[in-house]
Design a protein around this ligand. Structure first.
Ligand code: F3S
Length: 101
């Protein structure tokens, strides 16, 4: 079991999640973050802090989001660790509103 970042992170990248992660399992590209399942300890501290509800425990992942398990596992190890809060993307507030948060 692991914890996954899903589509709502795309074009947001708020990075509140990395500030509560005890193991630095978040990696990022220019659009969003991903969790390395080999590093995540499944503490779920990041789940409630994401302002756009992009993070799910694997057991709570909706059926139509299951593909994010493979995407997180494949992308995270290829990208740099993000462990400091960064500025959200310029599109973040608009995307958050679009998502209804
Ligand atoms: Fe993305 Fe939410 Fe973290 S928008 S960067 S998963 S706080």
């Amino acid at each position: 079991m692991t914890t996954l970042v899903t589509d709502n992170c795309r074009r947001c990248r708020f990075t509140d999640c990395v500030t509560v992660c005890p193991v630095a399992c978040f990696h990022g590209d220019e659009e969003m973050l991903y969790i390395d399942p080999e590093v995540c300890i499944d503490c779920s501290a990041c789940v409630p802090v994401c302002p756009v509800h992009a993070i799910f425990e694997e057991k709570d992942l909706p059926e139509d989001q299951r593909h994010w398990i493979a995407i997180n596992a494949e992308r995270a190890p290829l990208l740099p660790v993000i462990d400091d809060k960064q500025e959200p993307l310029p599109t973040a507030e608009a995307r958050k509103a679009e998502l209804g948060y």
